[in-house]
Design a protein around this ligand. Structure first.
Ligand code: FMN
Length: 263
């Protein structure tokens, strides 16, 4: 009887030791997770917890205020059902000069290619191999701005009106000059990391732009805005004005604005 008790005790001690060993191993060898196409190491249990990702700054003034450099208000989601937005999606080439509010621009840019899964750093638009290689520039009368999607922030990069470098250039009337906004989609070929496969690089980048363009089309349908996706733009002139290095190319543009008051 005493021997059986002793054996039970020994078994219990062995079990406790085994559990402790398993627990220690889990803490000592961090799991891996894939973020932005790279393998990221989760912090070990004995390392300090990293600071949480910053939430996008909120604009210090009212969302109806005019757009200028700095943080945009947090985006709001479209309420129109997808089927209705699809039914309304269309190209328009007549616009009013009325400006979008900061809130309208924030909603537009989030729909275009904002972070919808911030913890995974993933976007509303897919990109091949999740390279996220398309930068969006917002061109307005008062200059051009680079949109930083994670911060939802605008950084002014030119004080010139570049809208006329998109759309029907040379025509009597370029509709791109009527609308408030010309979005310019710029591919960062270095971020895409496909220099050894130039055909795939081009194919993927153009498709990635197309997804953004369709997001913008659907958002405009839902938000009562007008838009036209544009293959006609002057990439060299825009690149020069934006101060882009050779590794970044404007590939498409998209006019966004409001309907004329009396069309
Ligand atoms: C890749 C691509 C390039 C385009 N480029 C231009 C353009 O340079 N100028 C223009 O006025 N429309 C352009 N469009 C808009 C098309 O003309 C428009 O989508 C087409 O006429 C169909 O009309 P919908 O969008 O109303 O269905 C382009 C569309 C796509 C998909």
């Amino acid at each position: 009887m005493k021997t059986a008790n002793f054996l039970n005790l020994l078994l219990a001690v062995a079990l406790v030791l085994l559990c402790a060993e398993l627990h220690f191993r889990r803490g000592a060898s961090p799991a891996t997770s894939v973020v932005d196409g790279r393998t990221a190491q989760a912090p070990a249990a004995d390392q300090p917890t990293p600071a949480p990702e910053p939430e996008p700054a909120t604009r210090p003034f009212h969302a109806d205020a005019p757009i200028m450099e700095g943080p945009l208000p947090p985006p709001q989601r479209d309420e129109m059902p997808l089927g209705e937005a699809l039914a309304k999606r269309r190209t328009d080439r007549e616009f009013s000069t009325e400006e979008l509010t900061a809130q309208e621009l924030s909603d537009l840019l989030w729909a275009a290619s904002g972070f919808n899964r911030r913890d995974e750093r993933k976007l509303t638009a897919p990109t091949a191999i999740n390279r996220q290689e398309i930068d969006i520039y917002v061109c307005r009368r008062d200059g051009a701005y680079l949109w930083k999607p994670f911060e939802n922030d605008l950084k002014r990069v030119s004080e010139k009106d570049l809208r006329g470098l998109t759309g029907r250039r040379g025509a009597n009337r370029n509709f791109a000059l009527d609308a408030d906004i010309a979005l310019v989609y710029v591919v960062d070929w270095e971020r895409q990391k496909m220099q050894d496969r130039p055909d795939d690089a081009k194919k993927y980048a153009l498709v990635d732009c197309g997804f953004i363009g369709q997001n913008v089309y659907l958002h405009c349908a839902a938000a009562g805005l007008r838009t036209v996706f544009l293959g006609s733009l002057d990439p060299a002139a825009i690149a020069a004005e934006l101060g882009l290095p050779e590794t970044r190319t404007p590939v498409f543009a998209q006019t966004v604005g409001k309907a004329p008051r009396n069309p």
